[in-house]
Design a protein around this ligand. Structure first.
Ligand code: PBG
Length: 322
């Protein structure tokens, strides 16, 4: 007559709900992405990503110290160069903004986990992630340049390098170069299953990295494919990746789940710029509740199987969880 099994019993009070919750968020699982450039005293808001900025190194350190106080323990740095060229040579300049930022953060916060994005698109005049010849993005000649950038980041003190270019074989090229140069302990977090996504739009404005011709579909993955993500992740693990990433996160939570179940290795998911701006934009219009939406989105990514989340919400979410 009456239901014997009543799932609602465990939802009656907040503490009962807390007691049986399966997935909890911890600030130590967040990675906070930041944009760093040369000069001093600069903190310029990025129009398409409200609440995110271009920082000069001094202001970057201030922001990360404040984020540390809020509970953030890891950051990911992107460089905004003063000059670009066809090869993207600023990527492996030991005095470039990212390298200076890494050194300054190492000095200010010795325990902070410092991750650097390894790619060429912010540094190339054409905006592609590799060497371009006759309108094509060439794979093998790009590997050596990515390896140089990764070694330069490791030399500056990065704990983790994160190649985001999607060239074939770059994890092996980077691992060999790091080992050869004495950086056997530098971790590789590979953007292993990175899709050609509309959700990178705000980032490309932030990084000034929109391709000047064509698009990234000849190297980033087709959104229709998930078996291929399993193959991509398998290759990166064979080549020496320590952590593998699925990107974007929200439109690819099925891929996060499948990668975790297939390999049982540390899996990262990137809650990208377009996902951030979509949420923040809707909240600004009063269409959704910002704080609840942030925690719900991040919980969904953890529940799908991600061990760590790269997210522009990192600092705010860490504060909310305190
Ligand atoms: C560089 C890179 C991109 C992002 C991270 N690294 C842009 C792209 O591939 O076009 C996107 C990050 C975001 O949208 O938040 N290759």
């Amino acid at each position: 007559m009456f239901p014997a099994v009543r799932p609602r019993r465990l939802r009656r009070t907040r503490l009962l709900r807390d007691l049986v919750r399966e997935t909890a968020l911890h600030p130590s699982d967040f990675v906070y992405p930041l944009f760093v450039r040369h000069d001093r005293g600069i903190k310029t808001e990025i129009a398409a990503m409200p609440g995110n900025y271009h920082f000069s190194v001094d202001r970057l350190v201030e922001e990360v110290q404040a984020a540390w106080e809020d509970g953030v323990r890891a950051v990911l740095l992107f460089g905004i160069p003063d000059r670009k060229d066809a090869e993207g040579s600023e990527a492996w300049n030991d005095e470039a903004a990212v390298q200076l930022g890494v050194r300054a953060l190492r000095a200010a916060l010795p325990d902070l986990v410092v991750i650097t994005d390894v790619c060429l698109c912010e540094y190339t005049s054409h905006g592609h992630c590799g060497v371009v010849r006759e309108g094509r993005v060439l794979n093998d000649p790009t590997l050596e340049l990515l390896a140089r950038a990764a070694v330069s980041h490791a030399r500056a003190g990065a704990d983790i390098v994160a190649p985001s270019d999607m060239m074939d074989g770059r994890v092996r090229a980077i691992r060999e170069a790091l080992d050869r140069e004495g950086f056997a302990d530098t971790v590789i977090l590979s953007y292993a299953a990175k899709y050609a996504s509309a959700f990178y739009g705000p980032f490309r404005e932030a990084a000034g990295s929109a391709p000047q011709f064509g698009d990234r579909r000849s190297y980033q993955m087709d959104p229709g494919n998930a078996d291929e993500a399993i193959r991509e992740v398998g290759l990166d693990l064979e080549e020496g990746a320590d952590i593998v990433m699925v990107k974007p996160a929200l439109a690819y939570l099925d891929v996060v789940r499948r990668v975790k179940e297939a390999y049982r290795v540390p899996v990262a998911a990137y809650n990208v710029s377009g996902e951030y701006s979509m949420l923040v934009g809707a909240a600004e219009r009063g269409w959704i509740e910002r704080e609840r939406a942030i925690l719900e989105v991040l919980t969904s990514i953890r529940r799908a199987g991600a061990d760590l989340i790269l997210t522009y919400h990192a600092r705010e979410a860490a504060r909310l969880l305190r």
